[in-house]
Design a protein around this ligand. Structure first.
Ligand code: DGP
Length: 112
């Protein structure tokens, strides 16, 4: 979608440190890591947030989680956390659905 930062990253118009790509999913390192490993896994299809997932577009969400499991193995992540901030008040700043994969340190619960 024009004007979407993550669509521009998928298109290669904005550089990123890619760690995985297939026909439905793109994954790259977060520019502002919150853990020793911080990867963003995104569907190539533009979906604004988790609140916009429907029966018609949810297949790409499953594909994201397949990619996350693969990355867990490939990068030897051990235990990790998967987070999707949904809406500005929950911390979402980029309105293209994405899953943060955080690893390499102990994680507190509940998050702040
Ligand atoms: P959220 O705040 O949940 O919407 O997460 C958006 C994340 O995107 C945030 O952790 C920082 C990351 N981010 C923002 N701009 C860029 C960028 O240009 N490149 C990369 N690699 N990450 C970015």
């Amino acid at each position: 979608m024009s004007g979407c930062l993550f669509c521009s990253i998928i298109a290669g118009d904005i550089p990123s440190e890619k760690v995985y790509e297939d026909d439905a999913v793109y994954a790259f390192r977060d520019i502002s890591p919150q853990a020793p490993v911080h990867i963003l896994v995104i569907p190539k299809e533009h979906i604004e947030s988790a609140a916009r997932v429907t029966k018609d577009n949810s297949a790409c969400v499953a594909r994201c989680f397949e990619a996350i499991a693969l990355l867990g193995e490939k990068l030897g992540l051990g235990d990790y956390r998967v987070v999707s901030n949904c809406g500005a008040r929950a911390g979402q700043s980029v309105f293209h659905l994405h899953f943060h994969v955080l690893a390499g340190r102990d994680m507190a619960w509940p998050p702040g």
